[in-house]
Design a protein around this ligand. Structure first.
Ligand code: NAP
Length: 291
């Protein structure tokens, strides 16, 4: 039986991927690589078939055992880990040494353009190690609205970001999970490619707020904050410095860039249209309304 290791298993993307893999890949054993097994077991209490192994990006001693008898690694970069040389270099070397011949890496749209973003370096490390790979480069997650931005939406009825009028391409993580499940089965077909995966809508935050207001019972406003003010607000709220910097990079830089490219990869791969923002907002309505 083939074995697939999922890193970041307890996170937003990991959990969806595991659900999609269990729906699609009946013949593979799915293994969640987690730093806290008891806690992870509680999160996946309903899934009796999922295996767990201790895996900590920040502790190379966990790599060997986690990678033993693994055929494919789904690799992501936890948002707080940016020192690629320190954490990813030894990990990718361990993957190579374990003789693993398939890595699906969750990158980000535009990773090829910026040498400073960690995903760019990680993609290169995988290529240099000559490990057969697929780098999936998704656009901006719709789920940012129901995770990082949710507290402000629920408590202040505001989205505060240094994003100005920048347009983002919006993709639902559910579609990423489905795509990864397809790619596991079609690995050879897409091997050694970096693939952009987007939804079909480029929208700025004012437009998204309009959609939230039209499709829920709440009224939200978008506050365009300059990066310094944004930093102060989030620091006062207790957000970690590294996380604030990630938020600023993610939302401020697109103001100076072209609109994101739109890709039909998801539709070609799955035969379905990607989930749109209105469908997402209606599905997640109760979270926004805090009911
Ligand atoms: N947000 C976007 O719009 C967007 C768009 C494109 C790409 N991305 C990329 O998506 C990735 C984030 O995915 P996500 O939203 O699923 O992240 P997430 O929800 O923050 O989950 C992070 C996962 O990493 C695990 N983790 C953290 N530190 C770890 C460690 N030291 N050892 C082992 N596991 C560890 C966490 O486990 P615990 O349960 O132990 O904390 C959790 O499972 C980032 O690389 C980001 O750049 C994001």
């Amino acid at each position: 039986m083939k074995r697939i290791l999922i890193t970041g298993a307890t996170g937003n993307v990991g959990m969806v991927i595991i659900r999609c893999l269990f729906m699609n890949c009946v013949e593979e054993q799915i293994v969640a690589g987690v730093r806290n097994i008891p806690e992870a077991k509680r999160k996946f209490a309903e899934n009796k078939k999922l295996e767990f192994v201790r895996f900590d990006f920040e502790n190379p001693e966990t790599f060997k055992q986690a990678l033993e008898h693994i055929d494919l690694v789904f690799l992501l970069r936890p948002p707080h880990i940016s020192d690629v040389d320190r954490y990813f270099k030894p990990l990718i070397e361990a993957i190579r040494q374990a003789g693993i011949q398939k890595v699906i890496f969750l990158s980000v749209q535009g990773a090829e353009k910026s040498k400073v973003i960690p995903h760019n370096k990680i993609e290169k490390l995988i290529i240099q190690a000559e490990i057969p790979f697929i780098s999936l480069r998704p656009s901006y997650f719709m789920q940012n609205l129901t995770t990082t931005l949710l507290k402000d939406i629920q408590e202040k009825r505001k989205i505060i970001l240094p994003a100005g009028n920048a347009k983002f391409n919006w993709i639902d993580i559910e579609n990423i999970g489905e795509a990864v499940a397809f790619l596991v089965c079609k690995f050879q077909e897409y091997c050694n490619r970096a693939i952009e995966m987007t939804g079909y809508e480029n929208k700025n935050f004012s437009e998204v707020v309009d959609l939230i207001n039209k499709n829920t019972a709440i009224k939200v406003v978008f506050i365009n904050s300059n990066p310094f003010r944004f930093y102060r607000i989030k620091k006062q709220e207790g957000m970690q410095k590294e996380m604030i910097m990630v938020m600023i990079l993610l939302h401020f830089l697109p103001r100076f860039q072209k609109e994101p490219r739109i890709s039909d990869f998801y539709e070609k791969l799955t035969g379905k249209k990607p989930i749109g923002l209105i469908e997402f907002i209606k599905r997640e309505k109760t979270k926004f309304e805090n009911k």
